[in-house]
Design a protein around this ligand. Structure first.
Ligand code: CUK
Ligand code: CUA
Length: 636
């Protein structure tokens, strides 16, 4: 339905300009494209490309330029393939104050930064539906932490970060009452609020914690980016529905010609928070962290959150008018230019951070929005890119002062120069691009070289697979003045934002296996001699080991219908690439995939007597088929 409506919008808007017939694409492909994306067998790609999975809730990793899929990292959704969310160790990762929410809609990713450059430590991911932020470790490619965001809904404007990863932000897309009380929906203006949440990140461990929330009028915060260099202390959020309509049929929400970019002086906000200007508000949220020693998830419930009310915090917030339902909000590598993108606009406004500061100093306001000063458009504006295309969404940058903007409605990517605001080149996308990404393109030092368009509509680009088609990305070379289309590659789930960094930054830091001597799992078996079966009431703990090519113990009896059986399987291998799997017949809890040195636990509650075979699911040696055993379940 969503894709259909996208198409309808594009057809309607394009209207007389061009028909909806798909464009002929071959002419757009560069002649040397094949050699540019060819990565010979046994050779590595130059970049890791982390791509959001949209409604599949996961993050996928591709190599660039080949577009080869390397891994799917389970984050917000269950993953039967390796038992993520099924194993006893990982299932609490998906715990929220609403119980287990084993799915989400994952839109944006951000790599951790030091001094505005990728430091190759962590990747942050947002959950749009049940507001959460996850942190993935880039040595293990594993989700290590998920933090729930209270007083919010539709956590879209997230997880963008400040230059030294001081904060990861979360911004409300669907305003809700603080405390989520039962109120009439048409009391929106009085009762519904949005929040900008600043989550602090521990420099050493990466652990997240909510530092403070800024309470905002109930408009939709859409996207955001932190300032850099001179604008280091600031964060910028795009907004729509600043009319605060409770139904967003176009008549309501797009009445106004301009919405806003909210400029937040987060340094000021931090000072206010430290000075006790905030109010502790009751707001439950759950914080899940994976403890590497015990190899278990620790879930803690937090009971309140520090909320800053702009009324009590002058000089913290400003509004910059931005035309026609702004979507993307992107800051150039110098930190001077703030690029807004109106989804329904036919121009790109570029704001100047210097001009914004002067305007604030001289109070060049055109009024206020619920007490927040609204800076005059012209006073903050550096200039407009005129007629760049239709429906600008997102902008990324190279290191040479150029910007690249995606246009959903006119279905193209456009290269333009920031200084003179002139369009340099344009290239069609197939079709209707959403986000685009230049490696490092939202940092202080973009790596450039490529641009990837993550498209909303696939149509005829790949072999048809019934009504549901592969999602699609397109790789362009940006090395010359002209954009050159090199490659189409399918993606897993709907891609929104993505990040890429040179493989050299992280590949040698990759964990090869876990040191079994560091394994402090409470149910580890250090060697086959230590395996055992322990019963306590109706709970049965089976301490099991896996090593090529047997599972120990492999014949288990004395278990009864209704027992709660826990298979704690320790992989005794100490070598790279020797995982073992574990599955047992009729168990709804999927399987385990246990990395060398790791212990994982699968729960099984048999409801019928009989014989249940179990086995290793990962082909691990010539005698893999011999890695099997039997559980006998007897009637009580
Ligand atoms: S949104 Cu997907 S195209 Cu959620 Cu970043 Cu703009
Ligand atoms: Cu272990 Cu197959």
């Amino acid at each position: 339905m969503k894709r259909l409506s996208f198409l309808l919008i594009s057809c309607a808007v394009l209207g007389s300009m061009q028909s909806c017939k798909m464009k002929n694409t071959e002419s757009a492909v560069s002649g040397d494209a094949a050699s540019k994306v060819y990565v010979a067998p046994g050779k590595y790609d130059e970049f890791y490309n982390f791509v959001s999975g949209g409604f599949n809730g996961q993050v996928t990793v591709y190599g660039l330029p080949s577009g080869r899929l390397l891994k799917m990292i389970p984050v917000f959704s269950l993953n039967p393939e390796n038992g993520y969310g099924y194993s006893e160790e990982t299932k609490d990762m998906l715990k929220t104050t609403a119980g287990y929410v084993p799915w989400d809609d994952q839109h944006h990713l951000e790599l951790s930064q030091t001094n505005g450059e990728h430091d190759g430590r962590w990747l942050f991911a947002n959950a749009n539906n049940t507001p959460r932020i996850a942190r993935i470790d880039l040595t293990t490619f594993k989700t290590m932490e998920i933090l729930e965001i209270p007083n919010s809904a539709g956590n879209h404007s997230s997880p963008f970060i400040t230059e030294n990863t001081e904060y990861v932000v979360a911004g409300t897309r669907f305003a809700v009452p603080m405390g989520n009380e039962d109120v009439p929906i048409n009391s929106f203006k009085q009762n519904f609020k949005s929040t900008a949440t600043f989550v602090s990140v521990d420099k050493n461990t990466g652990n997240m914690d909510i530092a403070f929330q800024i309470m905002l009028p109930g408009m939709n915060l859409d996207l955001s980016h932190a300032g850099k260099g001179p604008s280091h202390d600031w964060f910028f959020f795009s907004t729509y529905n600043t009319e605060q309509a409770n139904t967003l049929l176009e008549v309501n929400a797009s009445q106004k010609d301009k919405d806003f970019i909210v400029a937040v002086n987060w340094k000021k906000a931090e000072e206010y928070a430290h000075a006790g200007k905030g109010k502790k508000m009751p707001a439950g949220y759950i914080h899940n962290t994976f403890d590497e020693h015990t190899q278990n998830t620790i879930s803690t419930l937090q009971k309140d959150v520090l909320v800053l009310d702009p009324k009590d915090c002058p000089d913290m917030l400003y509004m910059i008018p931005c035309p026609k339902s702004p979507h993307g909000c992107d800051i150039d590598p110098t930190g001077e230019y703030i690029v807004g993108s109106g989804k329904l606009a036919a121009l790109i406004p570029v704001f100047s951070f210097t001009k914004l500061q002067t305007a604030i100093q001289n109070k060049k306001y055109e009024g206020d929005y619920y007490g927040i000063p609204v800076v005059k458009y012209e006073e903050a504006l550096y200039g407009e890119v005129k007629k760049p295309g239709l429906g600008p969404l997102h902008t990324e940058f190279d290191a040479e002062g150029n910007a690249y903007t995606s246009f959903f409605i006119s279905s193209e990517v456009v290269k333009w120069n920031i200084k003179d605001l002139k369009v340099i080149d344009r290239s069609p996308t197939f079709y209707s691009v959403g986000h685009l990404m230049v490696p490092g393109g939202d940092t202080k030092k973009p790596y450039g070289k490529y641009l990837v368009a993550y498209n909303k509509i696939t149509k005829d680009r790949f072999l048809p697979t019934g009504p549901e088609l592969a999602q699609s990305a397109q790789l362009y070379s940006i090395e010359g003045e002209k954009l050159k289309l090199l490659l189409d590659f399918p993606t897993f789930g709907e891609p929104h934002y993505a990040q890429a960094l040179p493989a050299a930054k992280i590949k040698d830091k990759s964990t090869k296996f876990y040191d079994i001597m560091q394994n402090k799992h409470p149910f580890i078996s250090l060697g086959e001699k230590n395996t055992k079966v322990i019963r306590q009431g109706n709970r049965v703990d089976i301490y099991m080991t896996a090593i090529r090519s047997h599972l120990t113990p492999d014949n288990i009896e004395g278990v009864f219908v209704g027992d709660e059986i826990y298979f704690h399987v320790t992989n005794l291998e100490q070598d790279w690439d020797v995982p073992h799997g574990f599955a047992i017949k009729n168990n709804p809890n999927a399987e385990l995939l246990i990395m060398p040195g790791e212990t994982s636990t699968l729960k099984f509650v048999p409801d019928k007597q009989g014989i249940y075979p179990f086995y290793c699911t990962d082909f691990c040696s010539a005698l893999h088929q011999e890695m099997q055993g039997y559980l006998r379940v007897s009637a009580k």
